[in-house]
Design a protein around this ligand. Sequence first.
Ligand code: ADP
Ligand code: MG
Length: 695
Amino acid sequence: MDLSLRDIAYCKGVGTKRADILRKELGVHTALDLLRNYPYKYTDRSRFYRIADIENEDTSVQIRGRILEWHTLGVGKGQRLSATFSDGAHTIELVWFQGIQYVKLAKDTEYLLFGKPTRFNHEYNFVHPDLTPMSKVTPEMTQGFEPDYNTTDKMKRAGLHSKGLRTIIASLIPELKQGVNETIGLDIRTKYHLMSLTDALVNVHFPKDTPSMHKARERLKFEELFYAQLQLMRQLKQREQNPGYLMPVVGRSFHHFYEHCLPFELTNAQKRVIREIQADLKSGHQMNRLLQGDVGSGKTLVALLCALLAKDNGYQTCIMVPTEILAAQHMETLSHLLRDTDVHVALLTGSTTRKQREPLHAALRSGETDILIGTHALLEEEVQFANLGLCIIDEQHRFGVAQRSRLWYKNELCPHILVMTATPIPRTLAMTVYGDLHTSIIDELPPGRKPVLTLHYSNQRRATVNQFIEQQIGMGRQIYVVYPLIKENENLDLADLQNGYDTLRQTFPQYSISMVHGQMKAKDKEEQMQRFASGQTQILVATTVIEVGVNVPNASVMIIENAERFGLSQLHQLRGRVGRGADQSYCLLLTRLELTKDTRKRMDTMVATNDGFKIAEADLQLRGPGDLEGTQQSGQVLDFKIANLATDGQLTEVARHAVEDVLQDDPLLESDWNRVYKQRLDILRLTSKSWQGIS
Ligand code: ADP
Ligand code: MG
């Protein structure tokens, strides 16, 4: 019988009660589901250890030997059984705390001991090891690799520990060997040297040797990546067919601005990216494009030029940003750049008053407003456009996909979508996280930028840091001091910030200091920012509210307090606030003296490079893809069972190529084998949570 149809309850050794637990804890409903529950590691049962070989607590080991003597210690609950086990050369202690009465030991028997060593008082021992008399050891027990499975407490209580699962899965293997429905066509398997699904499932659980384990895992990883890419690329192809507003004209607004208002020559990268976007705008199909560019690479100007293109074709643009500060900043930048034009820009945020809104809404509906900048407030029902043609979403990782898709309902046709992000992510990860978008990259900074010099100090060097602050302000520069703000502990963090502010005021009574944090009223925040931006204050003390987008070219020093509490991409974003003017800029990372290995690596990476992509790569290695900034809310396919985007980048590329080939020949997946792909995609879509989030 087809294993994908066999209810898990009817598998040997399961039954209704355990089936319930498997469904709830693992989402396992059928025999095939259980076979798809892969081991997270293996123990090499073909290797026999000697006691002297034991060197860590991570690896289960097996040793042949005899029990020399045993005795019980303590009384009542504290009672335990201790035995001395010898492999002929050395001895090691075995300990039992529970079920002592059931432990049967004999002196004249040779045993096979199996278990994980524990370190106690500088010595290793075994707690509750498995002991099997050698006379009862079957050849299978000491062959190949033994799989270990993730389990939960609930599962363990029902006997569904790793060993229990192993027994159930082992009993399914004979049937499995008769074959399961293949999910990857023979042409692709041949081309990329992949195992059949049947072989892969047998060998992922019970590999006979190391190469077959690797081949099995590779095949299963490939399958996951292949279907993820297939899903994403099909979506991309379907979207490419969406009708979109036609914007073929490069007209007066664009030309006038380009020739008379542009404060500097565009970089080649900016020019290239604008050409790519322009091609989308005149294609007649809806644009879905991601614009990646490191902090300071000049994305704002690109956004503005695109908005002008839209205007020249009779369409409005909205620019959505994550914070009010950033919205205000964009408003100021754009108004300034557009001061000698007839382009109308408006600002709408949560703190726009009802009275201000009425004329604003009217100007939007009449089409008088060309560009609307704002926060989430843009998404409200009452905000209606005359002719919204382009949506630009800045710093996208703050917005979920659901919000992105809501923008689409503002008009008859989906407007063109341009997502801008300053969080570089490695290419192979981008392929998955943003696999449903076309990508443009600004890979060049405006000329004349001096790289920011990054230094790492421990808190004990505060005197040096203060001297440095004094010297820089003396040269006319301004300084950011940033404190981490972590949601769970907001009050404590704000206290940190307040302390820092007070200390700075005492240390530098001669300077003016601004302070900004997320709990302030928008108006106060803006006033404080304004004082800093206009040079009235020399120091800005802030939480990470300033992380995104703030632009004060005269501020050339970024001091990050408790830098150990920030992730790499956040540190990089913060550092991007400086280095925007002509002066040498600095980023000072302050941490405590004692650091964990990971923290040290993060600080070293920051000191070593300014390259956002290198930093993203390091971040990926340190934290794994799920925790990366930019991926958390992407709602994309990241819940892989066996593939790992941090380490399987190359295989992701291979899978992508395979998918490209398939879709090239048969975009609708109608031919024989491709119908199988299509069916499986439908099943995956129904059963996977994260796939449902895709808009
Ligand atoms: P980001 O990509 O981080 O949003 P911005 O758009 O804020 O970067 O640009 C950073 C700074 O670089 C701004 O002060 C902007 O005026 C300036 N800038 C942008 N493009 C150029 C250019 N081609 N040449 C010189 N300066 C530029
Ligand atoms: Mg920006």
